[in-house]
Design a binder for this molecule. Structure first.
Ligand SMILES: *Cc1c(COP(=O)(O)O)cnc(C)c1O
Length: 371
């Protein structure tokens, strides 16, 4: 089976981890600090605080920019649950707006409509989904025009850029995840980044029990810290991220070239001025269940990200947030399938994926299994 995701770990990660083990400083410390500096320098951002995972990074980032109980925050319904759950952690209320059919990212036109209709909205929490940056020209204009805060969830977009500028640096604060399926990993892990030193200071306090000095606790915080072991993996991974992303893009170009023109298959679309890093290669098909089964029978692992808009999740329905109907998010949730595009794929595996996908439409005429 070709897996939908596969972390690439080699000798360098192992060496780095062993070095930490030999050194004995397992929890946070110098290695975390180095990783933070190196990651910030990679995305060209002033300050960063590494965390236990992307979800805790989101929670800390929202708190650090001042999202509080009762605040309304506009966000996308088409993302991993962690994005909007982080709003719930703060007691804030997610306000969902529909996505664009072609890019799966928030629709700036609809964001503006909602901001006009609801002047209470305090912030915008955007997600650069599947590795593709949002329309940052239009979003930045809206943020200025309506004087709201901008938080970027970059958990799927390490290295992605808009007009040459890396995601995570457009807003008040940005957040990354280093879960093993992402474009780079630290095992579990995350980071909050910002050009505002104060924001990152607040994050540091928040992820360390609200401590502003040695055993001096100003406010309620948590233990959300990254360990040196995790940072050691991350330092090795970061050096390879550009190569990983190049391979992802190369695989995506191969699929785009080989799969073009099939009338039953909608391929990914990249908006202008964007460097898409293909965390996922997501296509749309009407007969999704059959398609997924067919891929599985032919040893291709695939994934559905995501089968439900957030507001249709039981948790959100119970909280009275389910009474909306966002057409594009619902249509995407019914039709999307992500194919393997990760850098561990061999040429042969890419060719196999192309062959199997192409044969789906003629499965009744020809062979059921492709070899
Ligand atoms: C993975 C992911 C997160 C959460 O990251 P974890 O490290 O798994 O906690 C948040 N948002 C998005 C869009 C993600 O893909």
């Amino acid at each position: 089976m070709i897996p939908i995701a596969q972390p690439m770990i080699d000798e360098k990660e192992k060496e780095n981890v062993l070095e930490v083990m030999d050194n004995g400083m397992l929890a946070g410390g110098e290695v975390v600090k180095k990783f933070e500096e190196e990651f910030c320098s990679f995305i060209n951002c002033g300050y960063g605080a590494a965390t236990a995972n992307g979800t805790t990074a989101l929670h800390a980032a929202l708190k650090a920019v001042g999202i509080e109980e009762g605040d309304q925050v506009l966000t996308t319904p088409f993302t991993f649950i962690a994005t909007s759950n982080a709003l719930l952690f703060c007691g804030a209320q997610p306000v969902f707006v529909d996505i664009k059919r072609d890019t799966f990212n928030l629709d700036p036109g609809l964001i503006e409509e909602k901001l006009q209709e609801n002047p209470e909205i305090k912030a915008l929490l955007i997600v650069h989904l599947y590795g593709q940056p949002c329309d940052m020209d239009r979003i930045r204009n809206l943020v200025e025009k309506y004087d709201i805060m901008l938080i970027e969830d970059c958990a799927q977009a390490h290295g992605a850029s808009y007009d040459g500028r890396k995601v995570g640096t457009f807003g008040d604060v940005g957040v990354y995840s280093f879960y093993p399926t992402k474009n780079m990993t630290t095992s579990e892990g995350g980071i909050v980044v910002s050009d505002n030193k104060k924001v990152i200071e607040r994050v540091r306090h928040f992820i360390n029990h609200g401590a502003t000095g040695n055993y001096h606790h100003e406010f309620l915080g948590y233990n959300y810290r990254m360990t040196n072991l995790e940072a050691a993996i991350g330092r090795a991974q970061l050096k390879k991220l550009t190569k990983f992303n190049q391979k992802r893009c190369q695989n995506a170009r191969f699929f785009a070239h080989e799969l073009q023109g099939l009338d039953w298959l909608q391929l990914p679309v990249t908006g202008k001025n964007r460097r898409h890093v293909f965390h996922l290669y997501t296509v749309r098909v009407k007969e999704r269940e059959e398609f997924v089964n067919y891929l599985g029978k032919n040893d291709i692992g695939c994934g559905i990200y995501y089968p439900l808009p957030i507001y249709k999740q039981p948790l959100y329905k119970k909280r009275g947030l389910g009474n909306i109907n966002l057409i594009e998010a619902e249509s995407a949730a019914r039709e999307v399938v992500s194919l393997p595009v990760h850098p561990a794929l061999t040429k042969k595996e890419c060719q196999h994926i192309v062959k199997v996908v192409k044969s789906f439409a003629s499965r009744y005429e020809g062979e059921l299994f492709v070899n």
